[in-house]
Write a protein that binds this ligand. Sequence first.
Ligand code: HEC
Ligand code: HEC
Length: 239
Amino acid sequence: MKRMKKTFPLAFAGVLSLLLTCAQSYGAEVDEGKSLFERNNCGSCHTRKGPETRMPPPARHGIKGPTLWYAGSKFLPGFLAKWLAEPEPFRGVVYGTMKRGKYPHPALTEKEAAKVAAYLESLKDPEMPAGVVPRWKRVPRKVLRRARILFQKKQPCYSCHMVSIRKTVYRTRIEVGGHSAPHFKDAGRRLNPDFIVAFLKKPARYNPNGRMPVYGDKPFTKLSEKDFIALAAYIASFK
Ligand code: HEC
Ligand code: HEC
């Protein structure tokens, strides 16, 4: 008992200092990521301020890249570190006025990418509700069916968004859908399902200059909370 009394505070202090060191090194990584972002001139194409307002068309054409003020709410942890080292465009059409010749997107080394990712993941939308979409291990078939009908038939989301689906007839995967919006081929590794719901409800909060239609505000685009959740789970099922 005596020994317990002595070792317990010691063990407690050990754990505490370990936690503090972790928090400190995480903080340092975020700071380093921020300065790498600035040194690499990422800000010449990406703003970190938001929410933005809608711009008139001529000014809108000058936007060079997506805004990043909510990157930590949008992207799943781990995705950005990989993407920034090997960036492949998600959009079939060229973003803003960025010229074809300027692709590919600037790449970082793996070490730099991890730091910049830590920094971007720290940028959150404080108003975005969390825990909206249940983290199903396997999304119930009923939910997927509801979403598939919405996505492909009722609201033709895939006229703009490309998805990769399995054709049981040929036993192969095929890509179907348009190229005018980000593809969802690997959206389950990229997008936070709660962000998908928030974005569907208010696309203008996240991109007032984009062409994503608003759903749920007109009789023919009416989507319920259940529909939003089903769509988010469906999009997040592509891995
Ligand atoms: C010349 C302009 C330009 C520069 C410089 C640039 N980017 Fe980008 N970035 C883009 C464009 C355009 C896209 C959209 C790509 C797509 O979806 O096809 C993009 C996409 C992104 C995305 C995904 C955002 C989203 O919501 O889809 C991240 C994250 C990102 N860039 C981070 C960076 C970082 C970090 C740097 C600095 C190392 C950087 N970018 C430098 C133009 C640029
Ligand atoms: C008219 C074309 C169009 C249709 C139809 C459309 N979208 Fe979009 N969507 C877009 C565009 C363009 C963007 C990208 C906005 C931007 O520039 O950031 C987008 C962005 C998104 C995003 C964010 C993805 C990302 O990586 O930034 C989600 C999620 C999404 N749409 C879901 C849907 C769903 C679900 C439907 C159907 C209910 C749908 N969209 C219908 C054009 C469309």
